[in-house]
Write a protein that binds this ligand. Structure first.
Ligand code: EPU
Length: 429
């Protein structure tokens, strides 16, 4: 398995292009199941999770062409996918595939909406917490689907199609909102989604669905209204920039010092995180081309942050901020409220010399003068990249093992950082 080797201590300068968002790409690809026509997606990042979803969709009979090539062939950065779900040959999503990536469970919504039935494996727990699907099931039931759980599978049936309904989420859920939107788009009548997730990726999917002929209003607010339509058509849509990748590189620059333009980044997608960064003393400047992040020799101020649904500070940047705070001049507190077990990076950061104490859902980080390189490993995507950030500032060599996790969600991370002056390379065995 590949590893990433970093020798810390180099400031970052230059420009980093921000890719299309993983967490918009995945539901957008799944939305292609809603139509017989071709959905064309531009600005698709080259990530392991995208490749895996191509395979999962392929199992249902979906044909995916990448910029005129077949899946698996090399594509350039920001690829174009032509996705055709003309013939759905199988409405079952098996355990072997769904267990590899939770978001693939979301195929349940377009399959039951268009085909009247779907049998999708329960995704099970994962490294960051239990992550149940009860609210996704609740949403489908409110739209008239009959749900049974059989042998670890969720079987959803709506022989006469789904019908509009009222869905009120007791808790903000991104996956629940995607599921409700996709199902409601093809349901008969009007659906109202209350306490909907407001994450920008929801808005991006709603925009794409509207281009496909859906009638969705209010996406981006807590109340979304969907007038169901009988059929959806093809469309062309460009994936919005990845706010988590943006925030990650912003924190990398904050960590090492330097001056980097994050090209194509959009500040309104991560204002909560940029505000926290500004409090640390980093200069954040929106420009016509993206966001410029700069830190001169001055030290980092500590900040206290609690993760929240959008527009709050995102859980997907919690590990990266923690890496940054290991070098702050003072004590900071980070509280995780979205996932109960998203602290796997703590013990690895401690191996690099960080001082972190965990008390329930709150980590207290006492900034240290220096981190020391070491071999480290993490079992999820965002935790892994937090170790890269720490390694960029650590003295000596840090080797991040199990790069597979990084490749799931970060496109060419070592290339993007090396171009800005980091001493970082991929080692393939
Ligand atoms: N929840 C339930 N029941 C449900 C669904 C969710 O209790 O039926 C709970 C979850 O356990 C969690 C909270 O609700 O405590 C929020 O979960 P949500 O459904 O919003 O998360 P998700 O849709 O599974 C997406 C992202 C995650 C991101 C979260 C929160 C994608 C593909 N995944 O997950 O991204 O952390 O929203 O913003 O969009 C990542 O990219 O590394 C990642 C984990």
């Amino acid at each position: 398995m590949d590893r990433i080797r970093i020798v810390g201590g180099k400031p970052l300068t230059g420009a980093i292009p921000i890719s299309g968002a993983k967490n918009a790409t995945l539901p957008l690809m799944i939305a292609a199941l809603l139509t017989e026509d071709t959905l064309v997606l531009d600005n698709v990042p080259h990530l392991a999770d995208v490749g895996l979803l191509e395979r999962i969709l392929g199992n249902h009979g979906v044909d995916v062409m990448i910029a005129g090539k077949r899946p698996g062939e090399n594509g350039a950065n920001g690829r174009t996918l032509h996705i055709s779900a003309k013939n759905i040959v199988d409405t079952t999503a098996p355990y072997e595939l769904v267990s590899k990536m939770r978001a693939s469970f979301w195929v349940v919504a377009p399959l039951v909406a268009r085909m009247g039935e779907a049998k999708v494996s329960m995704p099970g727990g994962c490294a960051i917490g239990t992550r149940p699907v009860d609210l996704l099931i609740m949403a489908l039931e409110k739209l008239g689907a009959e749900i049974e759980i059989e042998g670890g599978y969720v079987v959803a049936r709506a022989k006469n199609g789904l019908r509009g309904g009222e869905i009120e989420f007791p808790k903000v859920t991104v996956g629940g909102t995607h599921t409700a939107l996709m199902a409601a788009a093809l349901a008969r009548g009007t659906t109202v989604i209350e306490n909907a997730a407001r994450e920008p990726e929801i808005g991006d999917v709603a925009d794409c669905l509207n281009k496909m002929g859906a009638k969705i209003s209010g996406a981006g607010t807590a109340r979304i209204v969907v007038e169901g339509v009988a059929r959806l058509n093809g469309a062309r849509h460009s994936v919005l920039p990845d706010r988590i990748e943006t925030g990650t590189y912003a924190m990398a620059v904050a960590m090492t010092g330097g001056d980097v333009l994050l090209q194509n980044a959009r500040p309104e997608l991560l204002q909560g995180a940029l505000d926290a960064l500004a409090q640390t003393g980093v200069t954040v400047t929106p420009t016509n081309e993206g966001i410029r992040i700069a830190r001169n020799g001055a030290g980092l101020m500590p900040v206290d942050v609690t993760t929240e649904p959008f527009p709050g500070f995102p859980t997907d940047l919690q590990a990266q901020l923690m890496a940054l705070m290991t070098r702050a001049k003072g004590t900071s507190r980070i509280t995780e409220t979205i996932f109960e077990n998203r602290f796997m990076h703590v013990q690895e950061l401690v191996r690099l010399g960080a001082r972190i104490q965990l008390d329930g859902q709150t980590a207290t980080i006492e900034g240290v003068e220096r981190l020391n390189g070491a071999p480290v490993m993490a079992t999820d995507l965002r935790a892994s990249v937090s170790l890269v950030i720490a390694g960029l500032a650590a003295e000596g060599e840090t080797v991040v093992n199990r790069v597979y996790h990084l490749d799931r969600g970060f496109e060419r991370v070592e290339e993007k950082l090396a171009r800005c002056g980091a001493e970082i390379e991929r080692i393939s065995d």
